[in-house]
Each structure stands twice: as C-alpha cells, then as structure tokens.
Design a protein around this ligand. Sequence first.
Ligand SMILES: Nc1nc2c(c(=O)[nH]1)N[C@H]1C(S)=C(S)[C@@H](COP(=O)(O)OP(=O)(O)OC[C@H]3O[C@@H](n4cnc5c(=O)[nH]c(N)nc54)[C@H](O)[C@@H]3O)O[C@H]1N2
Ligand SMILES: Nc1nc2c(c(=O)[nH]1)N[C@H]1C(S)=C(S)[C@@H](COP(=O)(O)OP(=O)(O)OC[C@H]3O[C@@H](n4cnc5c(=O)[nH]c(N)nc54)[C@H](O)[C@@H]3O)O[C@H]1N2
Ligand SMILES: [Mo]
Length: 765
Amino acid sequence: MYRIHSGHWGAFEARVEDGNVVEVRPLADDPNPTPILGGVVEATHHDCRIRRPAVRQGWLERRDRKRGGDPFVEVPWDEALDLVAEELRRIKDTHGNEAIFAGSYGWSSAGRFHHAKTQLQRFMNCYGGFTAGKHSYSLAAGLAILPHIVGDCRPLHHPTSWQSIVTHTDMIVAFGGLGTKNTQMEPGGTANHSTLSWYEKIAQRGVRVVSITPIRHDTSDVLNAEWLALRPNTDVALMMALAHTLVSENLHDRDFLARYTSGSERFLEYLMGKHDGRPKSAAWAAPICQIPETTIVTLARSMAAGRTMITTSYSLQRGDHGEQTFWMTMVLACLLGQVGLPGGGFGFGYGSMHGQGNPVPENKATPSFTAGQNPTGSFIPVARITDLLENPGGRYEFDGETRTYPETKMIYWCGGNPFHHHQDLNRFLDAWRKPDTVVVNEPWWTPTAKLADIVLPATTTLERNDIGSSSRDRYIMAMKQIVPPQFEARNDFDIFSGLAERLGIFDQFTEGRDEQTWLRFLYQQARDRHPENTALMPEFDTFWKVGKFEFGEPVEPRVVYRDFRDDPIENPLATESGKFEIYSEKIAGFGYDDCSGHPVWHEPVEWLGGESAGTWPLHLISNQPQHRLHSQMDFAGPSLRSKVHGHEPIVLSPADAAARDVREGDLVRVYNGRGETLCVAQLSDGVRDGVAQISTGAWFDPEDWRAAGALERHGNPNVLTLDKGTSKLGQGSIAHTTLVDVERHTGNATEPEPYGVPELRSISD
Ligand SMILES: Nc1nc2c(c(=O)[nH]1)N[C@H]1C(S)=C(S)[C@@H](COP(=O)(O)OP(=O)(O)OC[C@H]3O[C@@H](n4cnc5c(=O)[nH]c(N)nc54)[C@H](O)[C@@H]3O)O[C@H]1N2
Ligand SMILES: Nc1nc2c(c(=O)[nH]1)N[C@H]1C(S)=C(S)[C@@H](COP(=O)(O)OP(=O)(O)OC[C@H]3O[C@@H](n4cnc5c(=O)[nH]c(N)nc54)[C@H](O)[C@@H]3O)O[C@H]1N2
Ligand SMILES: [Mo]
C-alpha cells in the first residue's frame, strides 16, 4: 500500500515493507517530477542517522569549546533534555535572552506544522525570546531594498504569471537565466512540477529568449535561447548600458516615467555622465561585461520594439552590491514603460523557484504555523552570523539603522546546516567556538551536528504527520506518517514540548494540542481565511482521507502592477512617493557609500576586471545543486551518484583547464586566501572562460577539524567564498562574488569522509 507524503522537492507516495520504506514514487499526474526524490529511501534508514541524544565529551566533562573532532557520549533523553533546559535557564538568568542565538536559518522539511525553525522559535518566544536572523540567504539584499523602491515584494513573491507571459510576451530577457534546475523546488512543496510545460508553451509561440549568464545551462534547452556569456557580477553595468541606449535613441517612455516613477531626472544625469563625464553607454559597458557594444545596442532596440519581460534571478542579488541588480532591473523596465501590461515589465526569480510565475488563485489557502512574537526584538541580518560571534558589542549599519551585536553565549540550531550554507567556513568555524554551548536538533550527523555540544536526534518528515503547502502553489498536501520514528529520534515539537515542560511553559507552547489537533487547527484556520473556501474546501477528515486538495487555475492571468498602472492615484505603491522610486530620498538619507540614492555601478570587491584577478584569475559560481536540495540527502541517491570518487565536481572551460594542464576527471585543488578544497574537474564549453562552477551542498569535510584552515576534501565551495555584506543596506550574503584558482592536485589524494559518524561512547565508558 502506498501512502501520500511531500517534500520541498514535491509530493510523492511511499511504500513500506517490514517497517522500512522501500519505495517512493512521484504522483502519477506530476508532469515533471524530480529525480532528487530518489534519495529518500536511502536517506531515511542511512547509517549517518543520529540514533540517540549525544553530548560532546569535552563539553560534558570540562565545558570546553573545542568543537569538532572529539567523541560524543550518548545519553538517555531525560538527561539530554535536563542538560539543555539547565543551560537555557542559566544563560537566560545570567546573560538575558538576547545571548541565545536561535536565528537557526534553514529549510528543514516541507511540512508546515513540524517546520523545525518555527518550532524552535515558538518555543524560544514562549521562554522570553532570542536573537533572530532577519531576511534570508536567498534574498537578503532584495528583501531589504524592494520596500524602499517599489513599496513591497510583489514582483518577487507574486510576479506576473506564466499564463500572461505565454500569451503576450515577445521577448524575455533573463539575467541569471531561466532554467529548470532550481524549479525542482518550492518551499512547502508542489504536486505538479509545471515549469517545463510553461517553457514549452513559450517556445511554441516563438518567444525570443535572451539568457544573460556565465553558464549556458542556466537556461532550459527547450527555450532555444541566445546566450550572452557576460562576466559574472557585471549585470548592473550591462543594464545601465541598455538604459543608456534607450535614452540616447529616444526609445524610452517619458510618459511612464512622469506618471509612475519618481526621481528619474537625477538618475538620468548619472546615466548620461553629466557630472562624472562618463556616460554609462554600451561602449563604456562592453569592456566591463565583455559583451560586444553592438550586441548591447541591438538588444536595447529590440527590447523597445515589442512586449518585453525582464527577469532577474535571485542569484544576482547574492553578489557584492546585490541591491543594485534588483533596483536597476526595475529602472530598466520603467524606461521601457511596460510595467503593469500583460506579459511586460519585470519580475524576479522566474526559474529560481517553482512558485515564481506559477498561477495561483487569490483564495488559495495555505496552512501555516507561526512562531509568535519575539519579546526581545533582537536580530542580526541573517548572513552576519560570524560578525555577531566575533564581535559582541560591535556596531554595524543595516537598512538605515546603526545597530550593535549582542553577546552570544548559546547557539540553538534546528533545521539548518550552517556549515553548508554560510560563507568563509574557516572563519566561521573559529567564531563558532566562542559561545559556551551549542545545541543542534538534526536527523543526520551533518557537519553542524558534529560541531555541536548537545545533539538531539530529530525525526525526518517521513516519521510524522503533517500538511505541506506553499502560497505560490495550488495544492494542499496531506503528509502521512510513513514509518515510525527511527532509533530514538523525536519530533522537534516533542523535543520542545519536553523542554517546555522542564521550563514551566508547556501549556503556552503546546496550547494543549498534540500533532493531530494542531493539524486540524491549522487546516481549519487556513480554510476560514477566505469566505469562498468554506464551500470549496472539504472538512479536514475528508481532506486527510483523500490526501490532497487542488485549487483551480485562475481564469484571469495575474499581471503585477496592473492596478497601479490603471489608477496610480487610487492604487499607489507603498513607497514614500507612491511611485516607483528611481531615486530614493530615504536611501540617499542613509548616507551609505555602497548604496546611494539611485542605482550605481560599483565594482565588486572581487571580480575578473579587478586587481585581485591577477592573483585569483577564476570567478567561482557556487550555485544551487542540480541533484539535491542544498546539503540535504547529499549522502544518498542522485547527489551521491553525481560525485566523482567521492568529490564534488568543478566545471571549467576547456581553455582554463588546458592552461592549468588539467584534464577531465583530474583531482584538483581549488584555493584562494581563505581556504582550499578538493574537487574533480569536468570540462564544458557551457561555462564562460574565466568562470568555475561548484554546486553548493557537499558536506564540509576538513582533513583535520582542529587545524586552522585545514584542507577541505569534499568540494564544499564555502571554504572559498567571501563573508561580507552586500552593502550597509541589505547586509546579504555575497556567495556569488568569489575569486579562486585551480591546480592539479599533486599531494596525497586524501579520501573524503564526509558522512562518517563521530566516535560514540556510552556513559559508562
Ligand atoms: N556558496 C553558496 N552558499 C549558499 C548559497 C549559494 O548560492 N552559494 N545559497 C544559500 C541559500 S539561497 C540557502 S537557502 C542556504 C540553504 O541552507 P540550509 O537551509 O541550511 O540548507 P539545508 O541543507 O536545506 O539544511 C537543512 C537542514 O535541516 C535538516 N532537517 C531536515 N528536516 C529536519 C527536521 O524535521 N528537523 C530538524 N531539526 N532538521 C531537519 C537537514 O538534515 C539539513 O541538515 O544556503 C545558502 N548558501
Ligand atoms: N535543485 C535545487 N533547486 C533549488 C535549490 C537547491 O538547493 N537545489 N535551492 C532553492 C533555493 S533556497 C533558492 S534561494 C533558489 C536560488 O535560485 P538562484 O539564486 O537563481 O540560483 P543559483 O543556482 O544560485 O543561480 C542561478 C544562476 O545564476 C547565475 N549567476 C551567478 N552569478 C551571476 C551573475 O553575476 N550574473 C549573472 N547574469 N548570472 C549569475 C549562475 O550561473 C547560476 O547558475 O534555488 C532554489 N532551487
Ligand atoms: Mo535560498
């Protein structure tokens, strides 16, 4: 018998024999399910599951902070929970709640109730609060700037739908590409991977697609795109040059600028070089982005000649000055004047996630579980975690505020893998050893679990009941328990209930509900939010029995900003001027040198046109992996099969490989001043010369956990990436701004051991 379940990678059915899951298969009507699903069976019962609560020996015996490399002592649940509760109480009483960092960024699993981070943060809020992380690794710069310049995040969270694009668009200009690699995923899941079907319709209508990226395969082959292989991190210069051409040739829409935007005059002075004598023309941009001048000019003309949709992927704002890429996208679209028209204007992240452009009706109900209010109000910009740990009391700028880092005495992580996701891991590892105590809830012995003091084994999603859904998807999925909790694993909810009991906040945390009553409650709450849904959606019991509920596709295609275009007085934007802010007085007022009143081309701190390229001549793109979700199930199925001799591949252009005497399949050392990692070379003419690509997510595997900057053996690109904020405005991650070099590895070929379990002792040892 098959039972229905779901993941960020989509809904599926699972079959059990003798208490073990033995098969998962996608839903029969999913047109394009992801092979990543293939890792689930192996992952559930894998040897690297955490079987019992475990406490690092050095912490248990001496409270030392030398995290990494030492044995763990397995303890009974009651003892482990007592230790965590005592430590929480001690830290709260002596240092205050702000000393507990529980930002705990991470995707964990798709169920909305058992969402790991939300469970942790709800618990912490009941206990007086914690220091949180604001925004996301995905989108920090974008989320910081959009409210200032467009008033909210509509073009990011709910852009114009594919329905409108397939019918009306003549040309799509895709900065960062338009692929299917990343649309395998949607936070909360989908029952219907439809992106490829939309691309096929776009291709059938003969829509012209221009893909602007250093990697050809960023755009799906079915789109027959033209590939402009620009130098990484130079998109703003290219957008400026397109804008300059439009203005010089009088192809820009002056009426649109006057009616719907504010501050265009000041930007145009910059664009035309009025004050600095440097017009941001195609001739100016060509040597920066290494796209021929004539190509830029012709592209600008054709953008003005028909209905054009400009899309900019999330990745572009995960680079130095990432805010500028989103801002300049909006400005370019405003110059064309098609914002609010069917199939025209701009949107962010088509191809970055399944939900982008996916048509969803207004009344879509999405069950969600909330963490409640954090009484401390304390937070850091999410990617500033190392700075927080290194620099308590230190001051920094963020989105118009001067703020101070609190002192961190305890870290609680639940549902994320920062030793996968954070930049400059060698620096991070030092900082991670500063707090008194680190607690991690995890199903598997990830590097983050290995670097904790107290590790609590969490169930995987297959071991519990839940509801999966995304506000950008038409489905609500029942996620039925497939297998019992493995070994001694407990649900995060039960772990926090146990801690809450010890700390006297059990009733507040649970509200008297168990898993089943919470699921009913969350479903009912979502159903009640829209009056139409009482008649439309079944009662919980029927929904659960059937296993999913599907909302219909909307009849009217969504066009973002149609209302504003129709009536800018009645439907103003939520910006200071009520219009698109090409110049923002507010941002200008912050006085930042790295994000001023209008979009500006800034040279990235590391790039191929800069000085450091003399030492590190390759730009590293550490993008999202084709074969897994971040670091999840790295040790199983398609992810494991994508490795070569256990190492993550690095893709190089044939010319860059030849220049280093590197051949397909060679073991190579990838290095810069921050770290070094071993990868296996793959050659492809699909990456631009000067660019190297390593997917993120290979589990951090230093040769020696204790030695500073030790060789990483597995191919984790974050030992190389730079940890600096995008700007004082967004302080986002700049993972995509990193220079490296590569050489054939001549030292001893050390075997990676990323999925090993630490030495485990019992209390009597
Ligand atoms: N170099 C570079 N780095 C990047 C990026 C990049 O482009 N380049 N991208 C960044 C982006 S956009 C993101 S979103 C981050 C992603 O970073 P993360 O979200 O941290 O990555 P995941 O591997 O999804 O980590 C989720 C963890 O939760 C665990 N987990 C799963 N289910 C449960 C559960 O029910 N309970 C508990 N307690 N744990 C569970 C998984 O085993 C896994 O270890 O990475 C960022 N890092
Ligand atoms: N299979 C899979 N899908 C995923 C995820 C996953 O882990 N696995 N993660 C999900 C998450 S959390 C997120 S946030 C999204 C992220 O979605 P994105 O941020 O869009 O994803 P990336 O894969 O980092 O980058 C996409 C492409 O942008 C290009 N690029 C990088 N830098 C530049 C640049 O400076 N200029 C230009 N023009 N192009 C550049 C790279 O060639 C890269 O392949 O993906 C989601 N989808
Ligand atoms: Mo992300």
